[in-house]
Design a protein around this ligand. Structure first.
Ligand code: GYE
Length: 302
């Protein structure tokens, strides 16, 4: 896909670790710099090279059927990781997160948090991820579902491209356009949250525990779980970047002539800076919200 975020770095490192020569793999890795055309070209080059398996983390969720048909015609099994493909099912397995559940969890946590703090009005600004990415679509839809149900106001929702620079730029414009009007900022990844913090610092807006603005993030990379512990980010909804070990299992199953499962969800946790919300109910399922202590932080793998 690219190198836009800390999450991406963790995902890439995991692929290099698992698909190493030592483990019996020869890995061809292409960084597409978030350019969809480049990604389709990379897949076609892999077909040309006659590789045994093609693993794709789809930058956008549509436009895949033709190239996946070409993979099928060449007899090369495709495994999808992380983001989903919405317009083709010509792949063996997908391994990743339920992004809508992440968005729903964020909304349910905010509802419980606001209730506990006696906050009756929510005026939220959303900094979305890259346009057309399933991660963006799921997180946006999930949060909006709760916002609509609760009658909250989403003042604006714009893309920060999952980057720190993008998050800062969007937040700078929000600080000008909505000065004094917002009390929640939802960043769809940690790097955007970093940028948003810089913009709010510059604009004199306080955030986090005891601040004017409730700041929420997604991904929960370790440095940002630290920021939750430090009270700068109120809550962080994990996205687990470790798909590669599961992909290795899928490849072993295929090598053994077995049929892997079509969809495999990775597990994820929700982290908060305060202990006032212990559980939330998402899609009828009770889930823990982890209050971040030093012990919790030390146990984070990435
Ligand atoms: O949240 C973001 C990254 O696709 C889940 O992409 C991934 C997202 C992740 O750049 O940080």
């Amino acid at each position: 896909m690219g190198h836009e975020s800390d999450w991406r770095t963790a995902s890439t490192n995991s692929a290099y670790d698992v698909f190493s020569e030592e483990n019996g793999y020869e890995l061809s890795f292409v960084d597409c710099d978030n350019d969809s055309a480049k990604q389709l070209e990379a897949v076609r080059n892999f077909i040309q090279q006659g590789l045994d398996y093609i693993i794709i983390d789809p930058i956008v969720s549509t436009g895949w059927d033709a190239v996946l048909t070409e993979c099928e015609d060449a007899g090369i099994p495709v495994i999808i990781i992380d983001r989903t493909i919405d317009d083709s099912d010509k792949y063996v397995s997908w391994v990743g997160s339920d992004f809508k559940v992440e968005g729903l969890a964020c909304g349910e946590w905010l509802k419980a948090y606001a209730a506990d703090k006696g906050i009756t009005e929510i005026n939220a600004l959303v900094i979305e991820g890259s346009t057309g990415a399933s991660a963006t679509i799921g997180r946006t839809d999930g949060f909006k579902e709760i916002a609509d149900r609760e009658g909250w106001t989403i003042l604006d929702s714009q893309s920060g491209d999952f980057t720190e620079a993008g998050g800062q730029e969007v937040m700078e414009s929000y600080c000008q356009s909505y000065a004094g009007q917002f009390n929640v900022v939802i960043c769809q990844n940690d790097n955007e949250a970093a940028g948003a913090m810089t913009a709010m610092d510059n604009a004199g807006v306080t955030y986090g525990v005891g601040g004017d603005v409730i700041l929420v993030s997604f991904d929960a990379n370790k440095p940002y779980v630290q920021m939750v512990m430090d009270g700068k980010i109120n809550a962080n909804f994990e996205c687990n970047p470790m798909a590669a070990p599961t992909v290795a299992e899928i490849i072993q199953q295929l090598e053994a002539g077995e049929t892997p499962e079509k969809e495999i969800y990775v597990t994820e946790s929700w982290f908060a800076a305060e202990d006032n919300v212990a559980t939330i109910t998402v899609n009828g399922e009770e889930q823990d919200v982890i209050y971040v202590t030093q012990e919790v932080l030390d146990a984070r793998p990435y």
